[in-house]
Design a protein around this ligand. Structure first.
Ligand SMILES: Cc1ncc(COP(=O)(O)O)c(C=O)c1O
Length: 188
């Protein structure tokens, strides 16, 4: 029986071994393990890559989503429309800030939330939409943003599984008010 590992990053590492080792050495030599110019530099370069004005790095995608909801004052009494088919953190953070997740079903072709069902789920309590670009496949952000603007709703994009994915030649994470992206090693 052949043992095929689910993930093997050693070959990718070999290709850029020298750059990675040099950067790790820079961090160790700087004596700064939190923040500092290397993190600032990353945030600037990443904001440029996504084509947004600001990037703030966090310890996890869950925290990025949680902080995004807190940053726009979402809390008890607010409803956030999202998808039931995602990693549990998407819904967990909505509950963690005291808001109520409202699920709309997914489109069986894309596995992403079904835009056709979006308007019917909007109530007086709806404050935000939290679309998830699952498996690297972007949500139709043209239609979603049009509905969000029409109803004056905040959009927080969960791009944890879609860093670098594009909708109409524009990176996911740059459509909504805040985008949350992830670099965990199993991610795209
Ligand atoms: C769709 C989705 N949202 C959020 C997260 C949370 O990211 P993290 O595991 O870095 O907290 C993940 C990660 O698995 C994810 O797949």
């Amino acid at each position: 029986m052949t043992n095929v590992p689910p993930l093997d990053l050693t070959r990718q590492y070999e290709i850029i071994r020298e750059q990675i080792n040099a950067k790790v050495q820079d961090v160790l030599a700087s004596g700064r393990y939190i923040g500092g110019s290397i993190v600032d530099d990353f945030e600037k370069q990443f904001a440029k890559y996504i084509d947004v004005s600001h990037c703030v790095s966090c310890n996890s995608g869950t925290d990025a989503l949680f902080l995004a909801l807190r940053a726009v004052n979402i809390g008890p009494g607010d409803e956030v429309i999202t998808t039931p088919f995602t990693f549990f953190a998407t819904t967990e953070v909505i509950s963690a800030v005291g808001a109520t997740p409202i699920f709309i079903d997914i489109n069986p072709q894309t596995f992403n939330l079904d835009i056709q069902q979006l308007e019917a789920a909007i109530t007086e309590k709806t404050k935000a939409i939290l679309p998830v670009h699952l498996f690297g496949q972007p949500v139709d952000m043209t239609k979603l943003m049009a509905i969000a603007r029409q109803y004056n709703l905040i959009v927080i994009e969960d791009c944890a599984q879609a860093t670098g994915a594009e909708w109409n030649n524009k990176k996911v994470g740059s459509f909504g008010d805040i985008g949350c992206l992830v670099f965990f090693l199993l991610k795209i």
